[in-house]
Design a protein around this ligand. Structure first.
Ligand SMILES: Cc1ncc(COP(=O)(O)O)c(C=O)c1O
Length: 455
């Protein structure tokens, strides 16, 4: 019998996160104050985040210890399995070996609890009683609701209104873990009211929901804010999954030529790829890391590399990133977690330096790949994950054309059991491709008046 799963024991859960900044040839540029546009230091972030997380955000250390209490909660679902996708390989008739790391076994159903638990832990350490956050498809909101419930912290989640309507059960999951969920844009913040005044039918976006959650936290000293992607510490927490994956590939006596993950703000992509990129940076390996983004929100493949706000209203620090503009509202695709105008600073710098790659996928190609995966490997992936699978299929077919036995590893970052309305729409022929034209992209970025990054 073939060995399908590559498993680790609980003792093999990593005890440190990997901070790729220590190994980057060009370090990320500093964030700028949204008003003065001058570089800011750690203190400027203190109203929003606990100091331990801020120190991780700016840390130059290569390895950061994972607290025992966080590792203990991780054992509820970690280590996660890695699979060899024999059935998919067979239908694709490819010489490529395809592996996937499966993060859908977490209580919330995705990779997001890897950072949610860590963030809730450090907030608890600082005595924080309440947190606000945003969520797209609801995966991040569910993860933080699960984590805050564990540590007895209250949570308000601003959920992008299109997903609030499309994914009612994710809202119920958040409620089950005790969180309060608000459809965004809402009437409960100045940011939400100003958006609704301009566009009463706004379907919302992650940028708008971030504005609302940041405003709610910034206007009350007893509330902190938590972000599910983009920031350095969030990406670093996710490296636990890639560190496990390196160990699992070694157990399989293999090593990937290509690692692939879907891309919203960059956290699951960073989580999988950074521990492999470490081998490129340290010892000259040549793993290709490919981020898979939607053609409806192609910031990495077609956006500008410049300073931009993390939110729509312009309340967050300015970050050096690939962006389509903080005002950009992506088409209402079903992969809600990928509807974000910008990208993590570290991932952006790596892309700018040619150390990683990006490809865009429209949602029809993504669902075709997701359905093919469900019908071969069994698991029904989250719509976000389908983008990564589509790129894995593309690369496996290229390997077939070239006759090269490539090893491909992708991150199956979440299951889609609460996204079945998206699959229904796909089967009913109700999904559009939503590819942005060059004119639309030029229009989107033409509004940007944020600082440029010197060449
Ligand atoms: C299942 C899933 N995958 C991917 C993403 C994209 O986020 P990130 O790029 O931070 O991994 C999300 C975001 O909510 C998500 O829910």
């Amino acid at each position: 019998m073939k060995n399908r799963k590559i498993l680790l024991t609980e003792n093999e859960i990593p005890d440190k996160w990997y901070n790729i900044i220590a190994d980057m040839p060009n370090k990320p540029l500093p964030p700028l104050h949204p008003g003065t546009k001058e570089p800011i230091g750690p203190d400027a972030l203190a109203p929003l985040f606990p100091m331990d997380l801020i120190m991780q955000e700016v840390s130059p250390e290569k390895w950061i210890d994972i607290p025992d209490e966080v590792r203990d909660i991780y054992t509820l679902w970690r280590p996660t399995p890695m699979y060899r996708a024999y059935n998919l390989e067979k239908v694709l008739d490819t010489p490529a070996k395809i592996y996937y790391k499966y993060e859908g076994v977490s209580p919330a159903g995705s990779h997001k609890p890897n950072t949610a638990v860590a963030q809730a832990y450090y907030n608890k350490q600082e005595g924080v009683k309440k947190i606000t956050t945003e969520t797209g498809a609801g995966q991040w909101g569910c993860a933080l609701a699960f984590a805050c419930n564990h540590f007895g912290i209250d949570l308000d989640v601003y959920m992008v209104s299109i997903s609030f309507d499309q994914k009612p059960y994710r809202k119920s999951m958040m409620n089950t873990w005790g969180a309060n969920v608000i459809s965004s844009p809402s009437n409960s913040t100045n940011a939400g009211r100003s958006i609704l005044a301009d566009s009463p039918d706004s379907t919302g976006s992650l940028g708008i929901a971030i504005s609302e959650a940041v405003e709610a936290a910034a206007s009350d000293p007893d509330i902190k804010y938590s972000l599910g992607s983009v920031l350095n510490h969030v990406l670093m927490h996710q490296t636990i999954l890639g560190l496990e994956a390196v160990n699992q590939m070694e157990k399989a006596e293999d090593f990937p030529d290509i690692v692939i993950a879907p891309f919203g703000g960059g956290s699951n992509f960073a989580g999988l790829s950074f521990p492999f990129l470490r081998h490129n940076l340290e010892s000259g390996k040549k793993v290709r890391a490919i981020a898979a983004e939607p053609t409806s929100c192609p910031k990495l493949t077609k956006g500008q590399f410049r300073y931009d706000f993390g939110d729509t209203i312009g309340m967050t620090p300015l970050l050096p990133m690939y962006t389509l503009g903080h005002n950009f509202v992506p088409a209402p695709i079903h992969a809600g977690g990928l509807r974000y105008h910008g990208a993590g600073v570290v991932v952006s710098q790596l892309l700018h330096d040619g150390l990683i790659e990006a490809q865009s996928v429209d949602q029809i190609e993504a669902f075709e790949a997701g359905v093919q995966f469900s019908r071969t490997e069994g698991i029904i992936p989250a719509p976000e994950a389908n983008h990564g699978i589509a790129v894995a299929v593309r690369e496996a077919l290229i390997a077939k054309e070239e006759g090269t036995p490539k090893t491909i590893l992708f991150n199956l970052c979440g299951h889609g059991n609460f996204d079945m309305s998206a699959y229904e729409a796909y089967f009913a022929g109700g999904l559009e491709r939503h590819t942005m034209t060059d004119e639309q992209i030029a229009e989107a970025v033409s509004h940007l008046d944020t600082p440029e990054i010197p060449a």
